[in-house]
Design a protein around this ligand. Sequence first.
Ligand code: PLP
Length: 391
Amino acid sequence: MRWEEKTANNVKEMKPSGIRKFFDIAAQVKGVLSLSIGEPDFAAPDKILHAMEQSLQRKETSYTENSGILELRQEVSRYVDKHYGLTYAPEDEILITVGVSEGLSMALLAYTEPGDEVIIPDPAYVAYPAAVELAGGKPVFVPTYPEDDFKPTVAALEKVVTPKTKILVIGYPNNPTGTVMTREELLPIAAFAKKYNLIVMTDEIYCELMYGDTVFTSFAALPDMRERTVVFNGFSKAWAMTGMRLGYICAPKEGLAPILKLHQYAIMCANTQAQVGGITALRECDEEVETMRQEYDRRRKVIYQGLREMGLPVFEPKGAFYIFPDIRVTGMTSAVFCEKLVQEEKVAVVPGSAFGENGEGFVRISYAASMETIEEALRRMARFVKKYKTT
Ligand code: PLP
């Protein structure tokens, strides 16, 4: 059988993930210090693991409700109200998903028809354009620039919007840049969404990981935005639960219903033990989340300082666990920079070009790694940059 002939065209045409490609190169080099991975180097808090163990002891091995255990949805409802000022009914406005990944894919499938355009800031998390394409839509990139700390402007959005535009996908704090948008900066984007009657899909998975005095604003909390916004959030980052695959969507009842319909057929429900762990995460782990956040903050300061000292222009990231320095002073493309860095100094970071055209000239460094790893990686990078710096 020639499987390739039978493979769906939109899958065949998908570009392989630039991150994956680079991981494969890095995997061939022994003893690499990795600052390339977008997941916590912590394990999930013990309280969560204990709750999951107890659930197994009770032999809770059945499916849950399609939209997730009601107690977890109630806990999500309480949590988003208390922490982000959002009001969603646990009964029909919250859906528990297999991570933000599932949530995004289902939501895009539910709302995208062939020819629909979906605006995505460039650079962006690699899954956004792929999920849009799989849903049959057309990703339309709005360029963002280092001069604006990679924040999209309404002027740039106005240039790419068309009568076919249906959805705007955003995600702050941002992967790969670490950019955060304040309430004041989001307000014009909200006005733009209203003007063109767009659905806004906002990936807020890093919202617990904010630094300095910038306050997190959920897009759905802006005036008039709740009715047109789908909020994605999850447990992977702040609670260090990546492998448990747990997330949630908050949206108005009519907005959530078509997504739930798809989720019922494709997924049935998120993993039962993960959901039980999620209840404990939201109910009892504020302190553990804060301890991890403080540790990321400590590392963020060290890495920001280190990059500046080696002469790489970089803006201070205010959220997530990424920093996005400008490597153009070396005269290399971001892919060449990363390949050479891994070969010559055994340090793995990700080419900015993996996140879109406007990521070219930058690299994504993750500080979800131990301080020891970060300090040694910085020493090696400094040597490398000194060797190749052209200006
Ligand atoms: N959204 C962003 C911006 C991410 O960086 C990631 C993971 O790296 C995800 C979503 C995936 O989240 P989840 O583990 O909840 O599927």
